[in-house]
Design a protein around this ligand. Sequence first.
Ligand code: PEP
Length: 258
Amino acid sequence: MTSRTPLMAGNWKMNLNHQEAVVLVQKLAWTLADKKHDYGQVEVVVLPPFTDLRSVQTLVDGDRLLVKYGAQDVSVHESGAYTGEVSAGMLAKLGCSYAVVGHSERRAYHAESDELVNAKAKAALAAGITPVVCVGEGLEVRQSGEHVAYTLAQLDGSLAGFSAEQVAGLVVAYEPVWAIGTGEVATPDDAQEVCAAIRGRVREVHGDEAADALRILYGGSVKAANVAGIMDRDDVDGALVGGASLQADEFGGICRFY
Ligand code: PEP
């Protein structure tokens, strides 16, 4: 079990309009409150589509909910002629605490490189938003046995040029692509192996303080029924949750893993 504050982040992907978003966050807050969830023990974050953020902000502020929220992506640009982009400054103004960068779906469908992910993470940090930097191998790489080297190469590229202090404040999500949305969750040993390697690389490059502070999430078919085993491992500090985060009871159960 981690000594860092556990973080449970729900990636809604392209699901739920702004009204459905309000209903889900309300239900989630009720679920957590109902079960006497101690918000001090676990940080709970929702990551809705951009169009929902204003409504989520209004609800969270109005009801003084302790649920945090963030975005699923962010532009590298500050402002200007970049049609369709949303800047980190705009997200910060809406009260976003986090922005996911380099999710495997963006790497796959939008050809996002480590360089772009790195620039997005820097843009988020510059606006005071914590990037959740996603890395992780596909099935072929896993089967070849090169998953640790592959993931560390992605990590190196995505964190290039960061100071030890910046890395200490980051969140890295290890998400093996073969486990995302497939129902095939990595074993706790699989998750621990790569999360430990990520922390080891950060220790090597940035020192003990950064390595000990960095939070590393596992993502890939996490559910209330399988989260405890994964969270039991030393280097897993939380979960990035897709499908299961769309149901308040299920995500609430994940947040109450302990
Ligand atoms: C994700 O989208 O980051 C994810 C982990 O999805 P799922 O939990 O549905 O596998």
